[in-house]
Design a protein around this ligand. Sequence first.
Ligand SMILES: Cc1cc2nc3c(=O)[nH]c(=O)nc-3n(C[C@H](O)[C@H](O)[C@H](O)COP(=O)(O)O)c2cc1C
Length: 524
Amino acid sequence: MIEPCQAGSGAIDTIRAYHERTKHHLNGYARGPEYLDWDSQPDPFRRFSSAPLISLPLNPDPGGGVAAFDKAGISKLLELSMGISAWKQYGPDRWALRCNPSSGNLHPTEAYLVCSGIAGLVDAIYHYAPREHALEQRAAIVGDESQSYCLLGLTSIAWREAWKYGERAYRYVQLDVGHALGAVRYAAALLGWRVSLLSPGDTAIGDLLGLSREGDFKGAESEQPDLLLQIHAAGLERLDRLPEGRQWQGRANALGGEPYLKWPLIDEAHQACLEEHPDYTPSRTAPDPTTEGRAQLAQLIRQRRSAQAFIGEQSSLPISQLEDFLAALMPQRGHPPWDLWPGTPHLHLVLFIHRVEGLTPGLYTLPRRSGLLPELASALSETFQWQPTPITSDELPLHRLAEGDLRGVARTLACHQEIASASSFSFCMLAEFDRALERGASAYRHLHWEAGLIGQAAYLEAERIGMRGTGIGCFFDDSVHLALGIEDTRWQTLYHFTVGFPQPDTRLQTLPPYANLVTARPPE
Ligand SMILES: Cc1cc2nc3c(=O)[nH]c(=O)nc-3n(C[C@H](O)[C@H](O)[C@H](O)COP(=O)(O)O)c2cc1C
């Protein structure tokens, strides 16, 4: 059962203390397990035993028109957002990759569907089973039976991340939610549908999706509610009131994972961040991608991967491509995925430019909303130059802070990871931390969701410009702040990203995602 949220400064102090304690430092990492036995990794696939399993069709990608809102359309939405994109094999080991990336490929995020009046589907609350590409029918719906609607819920099983990353895992779980949110928005865009965030609060989402049914989770790892989204398409209505489930079926599987170390700090952080009275403003409406753009998007979603290594010499990028990439990360134009993100952006970029034709290597910054430059200048090192670049404009206020070869610095700050230096460029996402937390402790989650959303846009845009990206959750927090001249918590880095030309890993075999299902199932 979800506890009521902690009110006021107690919760904010808790989440600030969590953030401080889970920083990685050059002389020591945040607390985590001392060893890992990969053979006992928690099961990445939640299943509900005895819940009826409804298989989804695997049809070709929609050719560019608006997809019909039926079972086949929903199948495509789930496949291209939370579904499997490939299997990888190395020797006897085989593991799934998904359209949504996840720190350590541990996949804490689960998806649920609540729908009524959709052709081909019984009105019900479903859990999405990505391995089977199927829906598990958890409950029938009590509500107005004449209404047609579709809600998509995202939830997290923090244990999957905590198993590997210990106390810092709560941050990764939230970043992964942001990625999944982006993945859903992009998949809906290619189907010609819109998505908005509903904000009933954590308890209501947990109750709707059955997470608060203790008996169904007995002996299984708990699952926390995150987000509820409404899909908008022709023939679907807006919901005034959330439906309720009845005649629940299914018991959650235990995911395992030894050594079973508990990380109470994660539960404390989560309790502090619970959201009962969120204040999301409704999403804006956005221009839909063009027909051409949609067909390309399906390909980008399917081919998206994290680069494990880059070929430095081939990672040189024309400045015009950097401009396209950065423009896609700016929310002003209201294009997907930014059309669903409410309110003011609170995350801004600091870039380590290594190999971009037409830009001097060095440190650059890109505020993601207008008018922020003076404030940023007063917070960052006094030695910075604030020089405009050939692609600087009102819409893209990119400024150079310092010249120099920062490959060594970037690598060191990203926990000594080569991917931060062998790339074309890498960047960190600086949050207006204190300002956001004035709205309450739950803003800590929203900041990470926004960072994950930027990360998801960055992954797909990197593919679009012929490069490849990788999210970087491991960085030395305060060393980054020191390098930028940040001395207090007004600005904090929450997530890093790197883009370059990928080195293929020839040791790994790649297998198609649902080959077994295509041959096993009769055509729809
Ligand atoms: C929030 C987040 C943090 C990540 N941090 C790192 C990192 O520090 N280093 C790294 O090599 N990969 C990192 N990754 C990449 C994941 O390992 C990768 O997404 C996962 O293995 C799944 O592979 P895929 O992205 O190719 O589907 C991160 C990914 C996410 C979403």
